[in-house]
Design a binder for this molecule. Structure first.
Ligand SMILES: *Cc1c(COP(=O)(O)O)cnc(C)c1O
Length: 496
């Protein structure tokens, strides 16, 4: 197996300000054929560029300077279209380009949200049917597609939970969250006005009924858990836990960002879940990681349907309409109806995959994660040695004997052309290395990665200093990440 290394024609790149040359222009406008007006005479003095002009020193470059600069910068990027990206908890799978084509169809991409309903029937139908598909996949009664990210879906779900208890005349104030939760879970709960009650998972990584019983009281609104959880393990006590929480009048919130592991295999609704959010940008074919538009739909059980954000879409006969009269609704959570382009991709993906394809994707994701887990478990410490779902978590325990830590090995992976896995998360595993290969990778890619990981483990033993200074093949070596985050330089200063 030949390693890919990060070498080649990668040019050094100055800042765009440094290539600036006074008077150089990218565009030469046509000769002005109307009378020229002195800006100082028509623009108020306070708004004119002056000595303290924040735009002073703005780069002056030619068109080709600008094109080359940004094209070269784009080549420094690494994405799932460039190479293997096993970032745990993020589902960085390959997104088929045909779904991008669908989202760019003019009738879908050039549509205006204020277009009358009669002229938007196709879009309304797509939204309506996508809600139906997600309801079917998750086993929930109804879906809203409004939220634009997983975390916003969490907030939406929690606001509905708050509204539900308020409508009953008995507001509840606490949310129980296991220590394996994604950081967004406690943050969303706090934002929705709840008090967070943390609980520990067992040594085998799963939550027990006893742990829930110990903290559940009649001021607890919900248990918020992720299934499979963030160590890639299925919460097998969920049925009993849900029955108990329901008996106590509480609800179950499931963070469904890990749906890629269970879609087509099991339904969350049948597991006792009352509210769940999905990440269309993880599971359903929207690229993510670069800050582009996302979508975090929320599914609810019967009791919470009246609280869904409005407007809702109803179908009568062959016509689709918005229903704006939803008295118990928590209201809108997003302008218009959510990120429509993401919905088109999810719709195209689900239609193309069908029930069997969706199930096969999840099964393959699980198989790939278990293949990596079994192949590397003799090399790296595996804190939870049991079958995993879509991701597996190792630690740096074995390599720390040589003074090598998770960050060193993650950086070294870059030298071999891989995006590092998620590191130091989940917090319950000290020095965690969390690998999520996804279903879209071939066995050859997985084998190459496994071999590289073994080689890095050998380097940790034989040459720890090399790992401490990794990455060594890249343009920039180890950066001071803390300083970069705390003292970012956001403005170019001449001569700085
Ligand atoms: C990614 C993720 C989230 C947050 O989703 P965003 O779209 O980034 O807001 C929440 N929970 C889990 C388990 C996740 O993996």
């Amino acid at each position: 197996m030949r390693h890919i290394v990060t070498k080649g024609l990668v040019l050094d790149e100055p800042l765009i300000f440094e290539v600036s040359s006074a008077g150089r222009k990218g565009v030469e406008p046509a000769v002005c054929d109307v009378p020229v007006v002195d800006a100082a005479k028509v623009i108020p003095a306070a708004m004119l560029r002056g000595a303290n002009d924040p735009m002073a020193g703005f780069p002056e470059v030619s068109e080709i300077d600008a094109v080359r600069h940004y094209t070269r910068l784009s080549q420094w990027n690494f994405g799932v279209d460039t190479g293997f990206y096993p970032l745990g908890s993020c589902t960085m799978k390959y997104n088929p380009k045909i779904n991008e084509d669908a989202a760019r169809l003019e009738g879908l991409s050039a549509i205006h949200p204020y277009q009358p309903e009669e002229l938007s029937q196709g879009a309304l139908r797509l939204i309506y049917e996508l809600e139906d598909y997600l309801a079917e996949i998750s086993g929930m009664s109804a879906i809203t597609l409004q939220p634009s990210a997983g975390a916003q879906g969490e907030l939406t779900g929690l606001l509905m939970i708050a509204a539900y208890f308020k409508a009953k005349g008995r507001p509840r104030h606490k949310i129980i969250i296991p220590d394996t939760a994604h950081g967004t879970n406690p943050a969303s709960s706090a934002l929705a006005g709840f008090k967070v009650v943390p609980i520990k998972s067992e040594s085998n990584g799963v939550l027990t009924l006893d742990a829930v019983k110990a903290v559940m009281d009649d001021d607890t609104a919900a248990l918020m858990l992720t299934n499979p959880n963030t160590i890639g393990i299925f919460e097998r006590n969920i049925h009993d836990i849900a029955a108990y929480v329901h008996k106590k009048g509480g609800l179950i919130y499931c963070d469904g960002a890990n749906l890629n592991a269970i879609m087509g295999i099991m339904k969350l609704g049948e597991m006792g879940v009352d509210v769940v959010q999905f990440n269309l940008h993880k599971t359903f074919s929207t690229p993510h990681g670069g800050g582009g538009p996302g979508s975090g739909p929320v599914g609810v059980g019967k009791a919470l349907v009246p609280f869904l954000p409005g407007p809702r879409i109803k179908k009568s006969g062959n016509k689709y309409k918005f229903v704006r009269d939803n008295p118990k609704s928590i209201g809108r959570v997003k302008a218009f109806y959510g990120n429509f382009g993401v919905m088109v991709k999810a719709y195209a993906y689900i239609r193309r995959m069908g029930p069997d394809g969706i199930r096969k994707a999840a099964l393959t994701a699980i198989l790939n994660a278990n293949y990596i887990k079994e192949s590397l478990k003799g090399t790296f410490h595996l804190p939870y040695d049991q079958p995993c779902m879509h991701e597996c978590v190792f630690s740096d325990k074995a390599q720390s004997a040589y003074g090598v830590t998770t960050i060193d090995m993650a950086k070294r992976l870059i030298d071999y052309g891989y995006h590092p896995p998620t590191v130091y998360f989940p917090l319950v595993v000290h020095g965690a290395i969390m690998i999520e290969p996804t279903e879209t990778e071939t066995k050859a890619t997985l084998d190459g990665f496994i071999e590289t990981m073994k080689e890095i483990a050998e380097e940790a033993r034989a040459n720890p200093d090399l790992l401490k200074s990794a990455p060594v093949n890249t343009k920039v070596q180890r950066v001071d990440e803390v300083r970069a985050a705390r003292e970012p330089i956001l403005r170019w200063r001449p001569g700085a």
